[in-house]
Design a protein around this ligand. Structure first.
Ligand code: DP6
Length: 346
């Protein structure tokens, strides 16, 4: 017999960024972060996991190509989920797997991203969240989403926020063993559904410095990062939670843009300096926001040149697309797509 489960998990974009770890193995961050989950239909990972007594080893395929599971991050997620597996019975198919038996059964994993891998669009976030969610369903894990988020976190930090729809917060936690470093949902996807997210994929090239390496170098060499983590982010987290709660777009936009800019400032303050973003879009949005009575669009960039723009409503999104076409005409390589706020993993 073969038992299969398929899950779909959207990616998330941080509006208050995670950058810097206090523990590299457990993936514990130096500050809290807040994100928006995107529309799962367009920007997601779909993962099928299968188990069978005839499988003689764990295997994985990513976008159709064999992918090594040897990395510590995959092993840690598999181990954590296996240790929480519960008895499984399917009378109709005559399948019975006890908690103990799960430990010796191997899994096959097939995962697809419907967006460029490692181009700064948080593909590892959707990937690990989906893997953990699918394995947990397969192995009949009964723990809540908070616990699953702490397992996904050990795959990739930003993954812990992707288990929730709407807006999520990753609480950095204080414990050395990471038990309190989990993600929680701040508001669901219906709470602020006026917002439209426009992503300008300017380049699908893999980013030059991975987030993991980039943030390690920042923590080791930047003087600004401690100020950011200790003084700036804690205040911004409180203000951002309030802005989301009240659907206050001017505050949301101010905080998201400022936090993206500060994240890229600490990247520049790193030795050697890291350059991720494209400043043309920032100038365009800043100019437009200043020419209106109140801001129309927020921008945020992760560890790559692709811009994530959050328009306050559909009208602003349509105008934004027109403006972006000026910079990236139809015959250019850029891909401009818009999305709504997404739902949780299914
Ligand atoms: C800029 O979660 O990819 O997107 O924990 O080392 O896997 P690791 O890093 P990752 O870093 C994401 C950084 C970011 C900001 C964010 O998503 O908060």
């Amino acid at each position: 017999w073969v038992l299969t489960v398929t899950a779909q998990t959207p990616t998330n974009i941080a509006v208050i960024k995670y950058w810097g770890k206090r523990d590299e193995n457990l993936i514990l961050p130096i500050n809290d972060s807040i994100s928006v989950t995107l529309d799962p239909e367009h920007l997601c990972t779909t993962t099928s996991v299968a188990v069978s007594p005839s499988f003689d080893q764990d295997c994985m395929w990513l976008n159709g190509k064999e992918f090594s599971l040897a990395g510590g991050r995959y092993q840690r997620c598999l181990k954590e989920i296996r240790s929480r597996a519960c008895d499984y019975v399917d009378e109709k198919k005559g399948i019975k797997i006890t908690k103990k038996e799960w430990e010796n059964l191997h899994v096959h994993i097939a995962s697809y991203n419907n967006f460029p891998t490692a181009a700064g669009l948080a593909s590892s976030a959707a990937g690990f969240a989906c893997l953990v969610f699918a394995l947990a369903k397969l192995m009949n894990v009964k723990d809540d989403l908070g616990t699953l988020s702490s397992i996904a976190r050990q795959g990739s930090g930003s993954a812990c926020r992707s288990l929730y729809g709407g807006f999520a917060k990753w609480i950095m936690g204080k414990n050395d063993n990471g038990s309190d470093s989990i993600a929680v949902q701040l508001a669901d996807e219906k709470h602020w559904d006026d917002l439209v997210i426009v992503i300008a994929v300017v380049s699908s090239r893999q980013k030059e410095t991975s987030s993991t390496t980039g943030m390690r170098e920042t923590v080791e060499t930047s003087m600004l990062i401690q100020h950011r983590a200790k003084e700036v982010v804690p205040k911004r987290i409180v203000e951002m939670e309030e802005a989301i709660k009240n659907r206050d777009f001017p505050s949301f936009s101010r905080l998201a843009c400022a936090d993206s800019n500060q994240f890229h400032a600490v990247c520049l303050d790193t030795l050697p300096p890291i350059f991720y973003m494209n400043d043309t879009i920032i100038s365009c949005v800043e100019k437009w926001n200043r020419s209106e009575e109140s801001p129309q669009v927020a921008y945020t960039f992760d560890a790559g040149p692709n811009a994530v723009l959050i328009a306050r409503n559909r009208k602003a999104a349509a105008l934004l697309l027109q403006r972006l076409l000026f910079f990236f005409p139809p015959h250019s390589d850029a891909d401009l797509s818009s999305y709504v706020i997404g739902d949780k993993s299914i």
